[in-house]
Design a protein around this ligand. Sequence first.
Ligand code: ATP
Length: 317
Amino acid sequence: MKGQDNIIELEHLFRYYGNFCALKDVSIKIKRGAFGLLGPNGAGKTTTISILAGLLKPHYGTIKMFGGLDYYKDGIEIRQKIGFLPERNFILLNLTARKFLMLIGRLYGISKSELKNDVDEILKFVGLNEWKDKPAAKFSGGMRQRLGLAGALINRDAELYFFDEPTSNMDPIGRSEILDKIKELVKLGKSFIYCSHILPEVERVCNNVAIMNEGQIVASGKINKLSQKLAKNLFKIKVSDQNLLFDKLSEEIELTITNDQEDYITFECDNPEFIFKNISRIVSENNIKLYHFETVQLTLEEIFKKLVVDEESSNEN
Ligand code: ATP
């Protein structure tokens, strides 16, 4: 059935805080699986996922979830299918990890007998097995984050998890472990929306992303497709005589050197066809040896920079 693959469909979503418009006409379709929601501070990521998790009401817009459930009519059913790790993790410090999870589980309506097994298993999954009977007040920031993650996972019926900055406060080893756990969830058929500023992390767990800026979606799709689209004019080259090559190229076409890393040079040219058609002629006419030539694959960090940082500085000028 059409739309069944989409776990989220947003159309013309608006959200105000007073007079300030935090979401401006956000429309997007998100397929099941791992999805990264990126953007600089204040872009509107938390507002978006707080709406989807039912914690905040939108002012306008249509939301369909899980292939057809209506956000306004089917709220209870939708919330039963959701797990949420908020950015500001809510933890009761005087409770032990086990008791805290029992409480969260009971709030989801899960029976005590079911929870008894699940709580231990989930605490083991997030690496807190040895701390399960200690009060959260004794936990480090990273351990509290793990407990928050356990709280999101306690709803075993969840099909979709929202993780808002899930690795904040964690050391590199902890981050890596949590990312592996999140990847395991996808293998189990779960979907998640992963909000983060740490782009290499997003790249590690998500194939599809949306980039938000100032309350709008500025790009979305598969990371490699976004890269191809944005990098089609970028080339990386290694030759025996760089200066000569760029002198000769510049006689025929305008180009900009964007990166100069020892032997390799990256350059941008508005007419990529010219480069493809003429590069072999120019090197052979000038006795230059061509060791390496490719169109550049952008990392998620570079895509983000092109769409958000470079765009903002060109608007300022
Ligand atoms: P961050 O990465 O810093 O968490 P974000 O992309 O999650 O940012 P939001 O928290 O959704 O962004 O905020 C979007 C905009 O709405 C920001 O300009 C923020 O200042 C504003 N905003 C968020 N919550 C409120 C609130 N309760 N009252 C007023 N303005 C708010």
